[in-house]
Design a protein around this ligand. Structure first.
Ligand SMILES: NC(=O)c1ccc[n+]([C@@H]2O[C@H](COP(=O)([O-])OP(=O)(O)OC[C@H]3O[C@@H](n4cnc5c(N)ncnc54)[C@H](O)[C@@H]3O)[C@@H](O)[C@H]2O)c1
Length: 374
């Protein structure tokens, strides 16, 4: 095999974008597409994104059993991800399941459990991991350049969505259609970055509200995530601001790294702050530090393209799933953290991880049945 044959299931907004991206990649070919809405398939043909040789299906099961694909890209609304991934794994096909892999941690357990019985590759589309700035932040954290992490603040308010966005697709902003709002659609990228940089969390407290749109679900989140290493991460996000912020402040004992609108700045302390706190002879110390921008290479390839290229490379070279930038099983963490936030909103408590799957599913059932509006 020198090209991976990819079947794309769900060719709406993102799926169509993925077809465009896949067409630019030399190591793959779009071999089939599937959508329950034939208008979406017609749009692909009209815009010449697929030619007449590419077979289309309205039932994903037929695409999977067609023998036309080595790999399935799942780009339907999230509640359908699980059944499509289970069918693809059963058929021995590689999978790229877009984010969030599922809406609940219990479904993510099922998806990962099914994949673990196979030898196929399983990726998700956490494209921000491929961003050079985000990769550099990870390297700095892991190399100890910042010292011991003390506190993190992340503000993600550059996700403006209008009422039209929610009205256009009836599944959006509903408990039944997407299992949440901001936490299931936009913020998974940010929560995944936090996991990518800092690893597992031990507890989460959150306040959620629907403040900006006429939807059932949350469009605003404030949360405190306590890392397993003990430090707090203060997280806030919404889809109702402009221009909004894409801001991260990582405070370590050796200095503070600030990411603001794609630029990095390091405030490096002359001596570690814990040493100053313990040993300074001054009660009100003003430790020396130098502030400088941090350079990083600019992105030559889009995040989506990098994730796909990395997956195909891994398939063609027979590498381990761990060689993936965004392994599919890592997708469980952003789902679990989002589930914990919703549980915290309704219990008023700080939720210990792992999330109690049954408790979460009972809450979601109630939200769906009673169409509860936040
Ligand atoms: N990785 C990213 O950056 C990114 C960005 C946007 C959306 N997404 C994800 O992509 C997914 C789709 O989002 P979207 O905005 O493109 O939604 P969309 O509604 O625009 O498109 C979804 C498409 O899936 C089709 N579909 C629904 N159920 C299906 C089924 N069972 N079989 C086949 N087709 C089916 C619909 O007809 C529609 O055309 C979501 O999970 C979303 O979170 C990822």
């Amino acid at each position: 095999m020198n090209k991976v044959k990819v079947g794309v299931v769900g060719v709406g907004t993102m799926g169509k974008g993925h077809v465009r991206t896949l067409n630019e990649i030399e190591t793959c070919v779009v071999s089939a597409v599937c959508d329950i809405d034939e208008v979406k398939i017609k749009a692909l043909r009209d815009e010449k994104l697929i030619d007449e040789k590419v077979k289309s299906f309205s039932d994903y099961r037929k695409l999977i059993s067609s023998g036309l694909c080595d790999c399935v890209a799942i780009v339907t609304p999230h509640p359908a991800h699980l059944e499509i991934a289970l069918a693809a794994f059963k058929a021995g096909l590689h999978v790229m399941c877009d984010k969030p892999i599922t809406c609940s941690a219990m479904d993510a357990d099922r998806m990962i459990g099914a994949w673990e019985k196979t030898s196929v590759k399983f990726s998700t589309m956490y494209s921000m991991r491929a961003n050079p700035c985000n990769k550099l932040i990870k390297e700095w954290i892991e190399s100890g350049r910042l010292g011991t992490i003390r506190r993190v603040e992340m503000t993600c308010t550059a996700w403006l969505r209008t009422q039209k966005y929610y009205n256009e697709q009836s599944w959006r902003g509903t408990w039944k259609g997407e299992g949440g709002g901001l936490l299931m659609n936009q913020a998974p990228h940010n929560l995944d970055l936090l996991y990518y940089w800092f690893g597992p969390a031990k507890s989460i407290w959150a306040s959620l509200a629907g403040r900006y749109h006429d939807i059932e679900t949350e469009d605003e989140v404030f949360a405190k995530i306590v890392s397993e290493k003990g430090f707090p991460i203060i997280f806030s996000a919404n889809t109702g601001e402009f221009p909004g912020k894409d801001y991260v402040e990582i405070v370590g004992t050796k200095g503070t790294l600030v990411k603001n609108d794609g630029k990095l700045l390091f405030r490096e302390l002359a001596e570690p702050i814990d040493k100053t706190i313990k040993e300074s002879e001054k009660a009100f110390a003003t430790p020396e530090y130098k502030e400088q921008p941090v350079e990083f290479e600019s992105s030559k390839t889009s995040g989506h393209k990098s994730i796909f290229m990395n997956l195909f490379d891994s398939i063609l070279k027979g590498l381990d799933n761990d060689s993936l930038i965004a392994p599919g099983d890592d997708g469980i963490h952003s789902v679990e953290w989002a589930n914990a936030m919703l549980l915290s909103k309704f219990s008023g408590e700080e939720i210990k991880l792992p999330v109690k799957r049954k408790t979460y599913n009972e809450l979601m059932k109630k939200l769906i049945e009673q169409k509860i509006k936040l």
